[in-house]
Design a protein around this ligand. Sequence first.
Ligand SMILES: [Zn+2]
Length: 366
Amino acid sequence: MSDLPPVDELAPRVVERCEEAVHAFAFDTFWVGVRIRPRAERSADVVAAWKGELKRRVGGELVRRWSGLGRAPDHQRPQMLMVYDLERDRVRRTVRSAYVYGRYRKLARGLPQTRAPWRCTSCRGGGCGQCEGTGRQYPTSVEDLLGEPLRAAYGAASHQLHGMGREDIDVRCLGAGRPFVLELRRPRRRSVDLAAVAEAIVRHASGRVELPAGLRAVDDESLVARLKGWEADKRYRALCSVGEAVVEPGQLAALEASLSGADIEQRTPRRVARRRADKVRRRRVRRFRCEDLEGNHFAAVIEAQSGTYIKELISGDEGRTRPSVSELLGSPCVCASLDVLAISVRDDELLALPSDSAAASADAHR
Ligand SMILES: [Zn+2]
């Protein structure tokens, strides 16, 4: 004889618990689970049969109640998972994140990509005019400029920016912009007017951030990993400043010839050595072109493999990057300012389903 409550009596209460747990959330797909603490005297077969029957009864009733709301059961990737815990007599909900894809242009220097934890150097965190009362060294970030309006529109608990790589705080990102996915955790709403939100983001950012291709909802969390692992070539424009020396056009022509198509070796830069493992990486500079020479300044347009440290390619980082502009010119050169001009990846390449899940969905439709 089992000590488990009869499914007939329990099912209506579990249905009510589910309704209570999710009433504030919009979702299209759901699934029901049941959790009970294992006990020695309960046979696994009896428990499995009881759970199966309870899930079937509760799921069936929810389908009946919710089909008018356009909600359907989905075993694989439910937007709302409700797990009834028998001992606690409560439903624990797991809300799948919503994802929004776009590309951002960052037009301001001094703007970090993600929320920076550093305190304001003037007030040390208390809040002052310098930090707009926030107490932070960088009052905002690309992550918050994009994420806060989206978080509010989705009624989400929190947000996180997943970028395809990152630029330094002082580097701008121009051209078509950097691909990103904004993750919205525990969203209460799922149908959002993204054109209106994109407009509000750009207006509020007042020139710091733009969304050249708008925003689109993507129901695919695997895009985050795909974006993180993608190795796209990038094109940069770097303003180079060469100490006191006056640079001759002939030197720049030699520089272009030496660096275009060159493999360079970069030991982890000193400025990031505390955060990254110290190792030597080999990177390909595909194209190196100089323009706008004026005295000891010139601009370099550089196309390089993903992961190339551009500031160090110019400075040489005290011999840790070889060859470098400093080494080839024979006098110390620094990168005075840097812009990302292009990140070589198309939206449709990125957003295409990875081959395995494309095959799986083809199977499902067969
Ligand atoms: Zn301050």
